[in-house]
Structures are given as C-alpha cells and as structure tokens.
Design a protein around this ligand. Sequence first.
Ligand code: FES
Length: 67
Amino acid sequence: MHVTVDGEEVPVRPGQTIAAVLHTLGRSRIFCGIGVCFDCVVELNDVPDVRSCQRIAADGDIVRTRS
Ligand code: FES
C-alpha cells in the first residue's frame, strides 16, 4: 500500500493516518491529533483543507502538504 506525498511515493501500513505518514517523513504539523485544531490540514485527492489526523490513508491517495 502506497500514497503519494508531494510527488513522492511512500509506503503506508493499514490503519495509518495521513498525519502519521507525514510524521514518518518529518513533515507533520500535528498539534491536537483529535480533529480540533486544523493545524494538520492538507490537500487530499484534490480536496483542500482535509484534517490529516482524521483520515486513514488509502492506497493511491495523493497528498499535497503545500499549495
Ligand atoms: S492535529 Fe489538530 S486537527 Fe489534526
């Protein structure tokens, strides 16, 4: 299972959140981790402002951390 983060293909484990994937890359901006603060927003599959701590990674997801 893989996702693409800013053009880089990254392996992910089942159940891993997008925020956790970004954390492994040193690119996370997690403050609360429970969906309250919106510090962790990313663009996910062309949808802006998705809270990455609330989304389980799916195979083929495309994540952009900057616009
Ligand atoms: S870390 Fe606060 S909403 Fe995701």
